[in-house]
Design a binder for this molecule. Structure first.
Ligand code: OMP
Length: 277
C-alpha cells in the first residue's frame, strides 16, 4: 500500500489527524545520572510503550525521533526496533531522521531506515540537496514508502534560510513546497512537507504552493504553536491533509491518554467548523 493511502485510511478510520511523537529525552526517563546505557534503553522502551498503549485509539501515526535512540549507542537501535514492533500494523510509522545527502549515500540511509526497520513507513528528509538526495527513499524498491520534506521548520532558526526571498519572488520554503508537488507528480513519489505550527502565515503560503500535499505541522505543545491558527491556515479544502505531531505535550502530560484525546477533539472542532463553512 502506498504510504499516503495507508495514512488516509487510518486518519479516516479513527477520525484523527494527531501524530504521536515518541521522543525518549533522557530527562523524561527519570533515571539517576549514573544509569548505564542498558538501563537507559530499558527505560526508553518502557517510556515509548507507555505512550503507545495510552494513545492507540487516538494516534493516526507514530513518529519516533531516531536521535534519542541513536544517542543510546548499539543497543539504542535495537530498542527503536522493539518500539516499532509495539505499534499495530495498521498505524503508519513516520521515522524522524531528517536525512539529506548525495544519491549513493542517501541509498545507504534509505537502507538503514527501511531495511533494518521494516515497520517504518516514511521518513523525514532535508530537501536542500535536491531530488537525487530524496529519490532513494521513495522510488524503486521503496516506492511504497513516504517522505516528509523539511519546508519551513518550527524552530526560530528556520527564518535564517528557509524564509529568504528568492529572485523568483517567492521564499525558499515556497519553492520547496512547489518542487515537492512537482517531484511527486513527475516521479510518482509520496512526498509531504514539514511546516511548523509556529508560523501560521508560512502554513498558508505552503498550502497555496502545494494544495494537495500532506503537511506535518510540529510545534504544538512544548514549542508554543497555536493549534487553531495552524489548522485554519494549513488544512486542505476538505479539512484534512495535515498531521499534528506532538511529543512532549503528550509524554509530559499527567495523563497522556487524556492529552491525546483533548488534542484530537480540538483538531476535529476546527475541522468541523471549516466543513460547516
Ligand atoms: P515536541 O515539541 O516535544 O512536540 O517535539 C517535536 C518533535 O517534532 C521533535 O521530534 C522534533 O525533532 C520534531 N520536529 C520539530 O520540532 N520541528 C520541525 O520543524 C520538524 C520536526 C519533525 O521533522 O518532526
Amino acid at each position: 500500500t502506498p504510504f499516503f493511502v495507508k495514512l488516509e485510511a487510518r486518519c479516516k478510520d479513527i477520525q484523527s489527524l494527531l501524530c504521536v511523537g515518541l521522543d525518549p529525552h533522557f530527562k523524561e526517563l527519570q533515571l539517576p545520572a549514573t544509569a548505564t546505557l542498558e538501563q537507559q534503553c530499558d527505560a526508553a522502551f518502557s517510556f515509548c510503550k507507555t505512550i503507545i498503549d495510552a494513545t492507540l485509539q487516538f494516534s493516526a501515526c507514530y513518529k519516533p525521533n531516531a536521535a534519542f535512540f541513536e544517542a543510546l549507542g548499539d543497543h539504542g537501535m535495537i530498542t527503536l526496533k522493539r518500539v516499532l514492533q509495539e505499534i499495530p500494523p495498521e498505524i503508519p510509522v513516520l521515522l524522524d531522521v531528517k536525512r539529506g545527502d548525495i544519491g549513493t549515500t542517501a541509498a545507504a540511509y534509505a537502507q538503514a531506515a527501511f531495511q533494518h526497520l521494516p515497520n517504518a513507513d516514511a521518513v523525514t528528509l532535508s530537501p536542500l540537496m535536491g531530488w537525487d538526495s530524496i529519490a532513494p527513499f521513495v522510488t524503486e524498491q521503496y516506492s511504497h514508502k513516504g517522505a516528509f520534506l523539511l519546508c519551513k521548520t518550527s524552530n526560530p532558526g528556520s527564518n535564517d534560510l528557509l524564509a529568504l526571498n528568492l529572485s523568483t519572488n517567492e521564499t525558499l520554503f515556497e519553492r520547496i513546497a512547489a518542487l515537492s508537488q512537482q517531484w511527486s507528480v513527475q516521479h510518482g513519489a509520496s512526498l509531504g512537507l514539514v511546516v511548523g505550527a509556529t508560523d501560521a502565515s508560512a502554513l498558508k503560503k505552503a498550502r497555496m504552493a502545494a494544495p494537495n500535499a500532506w503537511i506535518l505541522a510540529p510545534g504544538v505543545g512544548a514549542q508554543g504553536g497555536d493549534l487553531e491558527a495552524a489548522l485554519e491556515s494549513g488544512l486542505n479544502t476538505e479539512a484534512s491533509g495535515m498531521l499534528i505531531p506532538v511529543s512532549r505535550g503528550i509524554s509530559q502530560a499527567e495523563h497522556p491518554r487524556v492529552a491525546a484525546k483533548e488534542l484530537v477533539d480540538a483538531i476535529n472542532a476546527v475541522r468541523d467548523k471549516i466543513v460547516a463553512g
